[in-house]
Design a protein around this ligand. Structure first.
Ligand SMILES: [Zn+2]
Length: 499
């Protein structure tokens, strides 16, 4: 009996020793993740050499190559059938020579015309997919730019926009909760619809309200467009006897058009070349699992690599989404440094074409490298570099997976962590994670709460200075431990995960 006891004690101390040493190894790699490293990747991605990583451009492919070279250096393997890291697909794109010029021609009290030049980027942003030309024409405010006879709502009805410039708002005026109403209005939300509708009424240029660049805006050679700040729209309303803010709120409140013909002229110029046959890629690398059976199951860690490009000026895209890519890379490097490989496989995907409408994640979902039913979960990182707290969406239904994210934060990072269930955020997907969720994946969205720096969304001021270096380090540390532990958890049965 005593001998048995000694054997049991010896045996359990061996187990403890093994367990300790594997935790020690884990912690060693954990501490090797440094903010200088993670921010260094982001800084490289934001550099002028990659010109803002616009999908379809050679500079995007250079950025993709740089990520792939790092994967290769770290022993992260290609998995595509041609042994490359690049899953290619088509994506048209537009090159702008300059941000173009925008000026307003207003009449002073004496009737003299004064030209006021608007400044980039505080008054306007260039249209990424603008047609070329110089337009000098009168302006008409057409609210949301919608003609919906079945909703008895036509913002072009009592105004003449032929040969003129229209000012258009984003979105739709309906903001209630009635689901059938949301559905009726939602077909008028896309920029494609609004551009086509403006053209069909004879407009020659569009001023889109809001200083947010959109590479996903449709290209049409017959339309020159730019994004303008709402302070400029307010100024343009001077002399109309109407106030911009009042008109806009009137549309929302009454669900009736409140279009206004404005007597000022505007000059807008753009010089662009459009390429319909651009090619872009997802960059994909894998750490193959060490368990003969579990290696067929995969955890995907992803972020979109593309950005706003260089439409006459550099849009570095630091937060959106060099921050996500840098964190996928740092996590990948740490995981690949573990001598003891995880039991399940881990796939890293840097998506292309996100800004053009989630093209890369959609392409992967249609051409997956592991079957859907062998994909344990996806974590998508988008804009993860500014703030203090962690947020993980759509994870609450999966306690066996959630537990690892919660435990690794509680044990090693101690940040506030907010999680949510998958019920939220219905409607059109706006992130790769949401799209993959709609396609049937357990796809979680990683975000950061408690912003610490100003947010410049799709704006040239989205630079490295707006990132919080400490959170960049901690996101990678958090993902490293969580993903490694999930990959090794043999109690998780992929065919029997609570939903
Ligand atoms: Zn993004």
């Amino acid at each position: 009996m005593r001998r048995l006891l000694i054997i049991v004690i010896c045996f359990s101390s061996v187990i403890v020793a093994i367990a300790q040493s594997s935790e020690e190894k884990l912690l060693k790699e954990f501490h090797n993740i440094r903010s200088e490293q993670v921010n260094g990747y982001a800084k490289k991605l934001c550099g002028v050499e990659f010109k803002g990583r616009l999908s379809g451009t050679p500079e995007y492919m250079n950025a993709a190559q740089w990520v792939a070279d790092n994967f290769s250096k770290w022993g992260i393997k290609p998995i595509l059938s041609d042994s490359s890291y690049f899953q290619m697909f088509n994506c048209g794109y537009t090159i702008r020579e300059s941000v173009g010029e925008l000026s307003v021609l207003v009449k002073d009290k004496k009737g003299n015309t004064i030209e006021k030049t608007l400044s980039f980027p505080d008054d306007f942003l260039p249209g990424s997919n603008s047609g070329s030309g110089l337009i000098d024409a009168n302006i008409v405010y057409v609210g949301y730019g919608i003609s919906a006879p079945e909703l008895k709502f036509d913002e072009y009805k009592n105004v003449d926009v032929k040969g003129k410039v229209v000012i258009i708002e984003s979105g739709v005026p309906y903001s209630g909760k009635d689901k059938s109403q949301i559905e009726e209005w939602s077909k008028y939300v896309s920029a494609k619809y609004k551009v086509d509708n403006a053209i069909s009424h004879g407009a020659v240029a569009i001023l889109h309200v809001g200083l947010v660049a959109k590479p996903g805006y449709p290209y049409n050679e017959n339309i020159v467009y730019a994004h303008i700040g709402d302070h400029i729209v307010s100024e343009l309303f001077f002399g109309t006897n109407k106030k911009y803010n009042y008109q806009k709120s009137l549309i929302k409140k009454s669900l009736r058009p409140a279009s206004v013909e404005i007597q000022h002229r505007i000059k807008i110029s753009a010089e662009t070349t459009h390429f319909t046959n651009g090619e872009v890629c997802n960059v994909i690398g894998v750490i193959e699992g060490s368990d003969p059976i579990l290696k067929n199951e995969v955890i995907i860690l992803g972020a979109h690599l593309d950005g706003q490009g260089n439409p006459g000026a550099l849009f570095p895209g630091a937060l959106d989404n060099a921050s996500g890519v840098a964190n996928v890379m740092a996590t990948a490097k740490a995981l690949s440094s573990m001598e003891e490989k995880p039991k399940r496989s881990i796939l890293f995907i840097l998506y292309g074409g996100e800004e053009e409408g989630l093209l890369g994640s959609g392409y992967y979902a249609d051409n997956p490298l592991f079957p859907l039913n062998k994909t344990l979960c996806v974590v998508n990182m988008d804009m993860v570099g500014n703030g203090r707290g962690f947020v993980l969406t759509r994870v609450d239904e999966y306690p066996l997976l959630k537990k690892h994210f919660v435990e690794s934060n509680n044990n090693y990072l101690h940040r506030t962590l907010r999680t949510s269930s998958e019920k939220r955020g219905e409607g059109n997907p706006r992130t790769d994670g949401h799209l993959l969720y709609n396609k049937g994946y357990r796809a979680f969205g990683l975000w950061i709460s408690d912003r610490e720096k100003p947010l410049y969304y799709h704006h040239p001021y989205d630079t490295m200075e707006t990132l919080t270096p400490e959170i960049m380090e901690d996101v990678s540390k958090w993902m490293f431990i969580s993903v490694y532990n999930i990959a090794n958890d043999t109690l998780i049965d992929i065919n029997n995960i609570a939903k």
